[in-house]
Design a protein around this ligand. Sequence first.
Ligand SMILES: Cc1cc2nc3c(=O)[nH]c(=O)nc-3n(C[C@H](O)[C@H](O)[C@H](O)COP(=O)(O)OP(=O)(O)OC[C@H]3O[C@@H](n4cnc5c(N)ncnc54)[C@H](O)[C@@H]3O)c2cc1C
Length: 308
Amino acid sequence: MEFLDAEATKAHINVDNAQGSVFFPGAARIDPALLTHGLARVLRTQGVTICEDTAAGHIGKNVVSTNRGPVTGDTIFVCLEGYSDTVSGDLPGLAGRQVIPVFSSMIATDPLPTSAWEDIGWEGRECLGDTAHTFIYAQRTDDDRIALGGRGAPYAFGSGLPGDGEVPAEVVDLLRTRLSSLFPDLDFEVAHAWPGALGVTRDWCAGIFFDQDRRIGVTRGYAGHGVTATHLAAKTLLDRSSGQPTPLTSLPWNDHFSGRWEPEPIRWLGIRSMHRIFTIADEWEAITGAKKTSLLARFGSRLAGLHE
Ligand SMILES: Cc1cc2nc3c(=O)[nH]c(=O)nc-3n(C[C@H](O)[C@H](O)[C@H](O)COP(=O)(O)OP(=O)(O)OC[C@H]3O[C@@H](n4cnc5c(N)ncnc54)[C@H](O)[C@@H]3O)c2cc1C
């Protein structure tokens, strides 16, 4: 792996007529599907068996019950993130509402013509994000679409899961509107939309746990930033399971207790209210040209358990 030098990773800050932007030249992007397939290929060549389409149920010492029969092992790692509630057992870091699924959804336009890209730019395939409280993120894909994501309807009562691929029409509309607001003259069609679940803890911090006696490890709570964090978490779990202290086992996310989410219906009401508050705060800050975070958004952050 090649590392960028410090100069190349310095942020470029641009402030113009109270509109600000920050450019990080060292930012990189990866294709997560390619990463997953590449990992699977390497693991298989090393003799690892991967069981797809197999749902784990109860997890106990040395055994995982699945819909295709029990799987035994000396050490078991539970890395289900937003889907952690789909398994049962006395699992470290998961007992009693410690992680919930929060939805994030994306849309992708049809491939845009060269004339559109001449206006938009993004020649370096830059990754883009705004800093709204209800933020969006976007990029130009290899086949010249815009892929844009955000959190529309972020939570379903009782920690419901997003299902297989259906994005509610109002969420697609919301993401489409956000894209139109960035490029009012752009003529585009939404070709694809897909949702997914993130694992979020009460303080939005990730945690890594390992029960030495039963040799069961758990990671969870990346809150939408797990593509790279999972790599570090996996290495940390391996070190934990070796029983030897290492620099990774002393990182603060080891055994970090984030608190517990409120029981329903308070949880649903709280998360819905928080999302509404952030939406209004974004509108208010845009209308007033606020240079500081509004009081409303600060209140929303406190409600959400976010660190300001
Ligand atoms: C739309 C969207 C955009 C995102 N964008 C970014 C981004 O730009 N950058 C970033 O860092 N992160 C991003 N994330 C978050 C990132 O995808 C996650 O943090 C990361 O995938 C977490 O990895 P994981 O392996 O811990 O969990 P997951 O990738 O969620 O994997 C959990 C796996 O467990 C499987 N599973 C669930 N239940 C069971 C069961 N009972 N038995 C067996 N298997 C089960 C699931 O099918 C899934 O494959 C995004 C997420 C979404 C949804």
